[in-house]
Design a protein around this ligand. Structure first.
Ligand code: ARG
Length: 471
């Protein structure tokens, strides 16, 4: 395309090194759709005659057809999807086709193409998020009455409802969903018409192409637009944080599934065996999920590093921006292909979970709070209960087995009404503060997040309706 200025052919290795066809060819239909908007605009402002605009649009649709049927074999020598499609257009409609690229550059064109591709991808990611969060909410409902240990420092802390556990993870994923929609907003801006960097001397109409492609707004500065990749970073940041949340959920389940904890059951269909140890049932799926955070964080760091210190405006470093992005999308699709289904199958062995409570010490905070209600300042209550805990450990007695006399020997403020409160279930049910672990609170959380889910989904449907018609 630039043969006019050059007197040597491009080196063979350079052709392979500089091509981006291997990543952008999958965006061919989006590229064509962007070109159609451009051509319609050129017709609208009179830079193309009505017939010329129609001829180009018709032939672009024809090329889309060839691509869909797998009949278009792109050439690496043409560097990228954009050049391949343009040269095919010129092949098909000659000098008129050669008019397509007026008033734009590959810098704003490629930018437009990826944004069109990303919008659809992000809505698919939303479908995965929705599936995951719905599965968690269902599990929370199913397990709202099941009592299990809650941990801090991975030490038994207080009894919780298993529903509260699922809701804790759900809240994290709902925050991720918010980040996903924020990223969508960043992506949903039209760069078309910024040209190479400074706009155009031709009377192009950026608002027209923006409307035709269903973007929410036109970008504000031509130089900034072709130079930045913040919208990619927003996507990768969402994905990295999400990856951390997935990793944590996976780790929790792996721990609870181990023989030493042993109160979570995973389906055989989501586990694998060992080639040597016949007894093994390994949580490999969860382990792979746990490790995905590495790829997702890596992609974010890759892009942050790549873009740091690039002078305004477009530089070829930016061509590789799509690699971490596509790897991330693929990784997310992989996560959604197994995680929601796995969550649906997790079962809890409540009896095994409660074996861990046998010393009753997990109820110590409940006793301290009981004393507070008897008028004992909390610090004193804490110390008194500490003495009881010590007594239980030294005498190898479960806290729940002490007689009223034993209690009163150490803490005179204790009355008979304490003893019926001392069960893990009571303890869990009585933590009924807003956002707390009681089944009532868990159900309230499920209702709240269900509403959030519906609202996000309506937003996604709105985006879907604004998508331009296909070519
Ligand atoms: N293939 C390139 C990309 O993906 C297109 C932009 C090339 N622009 C340029 N000025 N060489 O970014």
């Amino acid at each position: 395309m630039w043969k006019g200025r050059f007197s040597q052919d491009t080196n063979e290795a350079v052709i392979n090194f500089t091509q981006s066809l291997d990543i952008d060819w999958r965006m061919a239909i989006d590229d064509i759709r962007g070109s159609i908007a451009h051509v319609r605009m050129l017709g609208h402002v009179g830079l193309l005659s009505g017939e010329e605009a129609l001829l180009i649009e018709k032939n672009l649709c024809l090329i889309a057809e060839e691509i869909r049927k797998g009949k278009f074999v792109p050439k690496v020598s043409l560097e990228d999807v954009h050049m391949n499609i343009e040269s095919r257009l010129i092949e098909l409609c000659g000098p008129t086709g050669a008019k397509l690229h007026m008033g734009r550059s590959r810098n704003d064109q490629a930018n437009t193409t990826v944004r069109l591709y990303l919008r659809r991808e992000l809505l698919e990611i939303w479908e995965g998020m929705k599936d995951l969060i719905s599965s968690l909410l269902k599990k929370a409902e199913e397990h709202s009455e099941i009592v299990v240990p809650g941990y801090t420092h991975l030490q038994q802390a207080q009894p919780i409802s298993m529903g509260q556990f699922w809701m804790a993870h759900s809240h994290a994923f709902v925050r991720d969903a918010k980040r996903l929609f924020d990223a969508y907003d960043s992506v949903n801006e039209s760069p078309l018409g910024c040209g190479a960097l400074a706009g155009s001397t031709l009377p192009i109409d950026r608002e027209f192409t923006c409307r035709d492609l269903g973007f929410a707004s036109v970008s504000g500065n031509s130089m900034d637009t072709v130079a930045h990749r913040d919208h990619f970073m927003d996507v990768l940041y969402f994905a990295a944080v999400f990856g951390g949340h997935v990793s944590r959920l996976a780790e929790d389940l792996i721990i609870y599934f181990s023989a030493e904890f042993g109160w979570v059951r995973l389906p055989d269909s989501f586990c694998t065996g060992s080639s040597i140890m016949p007894q093994k049932k390994n949580p490999d799926v969860l382990e792979i999920l746990r490790g995905k955070a590495g790829q997702l964080n890596g992609a974010l760091v890759e892009l942050l590093t790549m873009t740091k210190g690039i002078p305004l405006t477009y530089n070829r470093d930016l061509q590789d921006d799509k690699r971490p992005l596509l790897r991330t999308l693929e990784c997310l699709h992989g996560i959604f292909s197994v995680l929601p289904a796995l969550v649906r199958e997790v079962e809890v062995d409540e009896e095994a979970a409660n074996r861990g409570f046998s010393d009753g010490l997990i109820l110590a905070t409940d006793v301290a709070e009981y004393l507070v209600l008897q008028g004992v300042p909390f610090r004193n209550a804490h110390e008194k209960v500490g003495r009881i805990v010590k007594y239980c450990i030294e005498n190898k007695k479960p806290l729940t087995s002490l007689s009223l006399e034993e209690w009163q020997n150490i803490i005179p403020e204790v009355k008979g009404d304490l003893l019926p409160l001392l069960s893990p279930r009571k303890s869990m049910e009585r933590r009924n503060t807003l956002g707390g672990t009681s089944p009532e609170q868990v159900r309230a959380q499920i209702r709240n997040l269900s509403v959030r889910l519906i609202m996000f989904d309506q937003e996604a449907k709105g985006f879907m309706e604004n998508m331009p018609e296909d070519c």
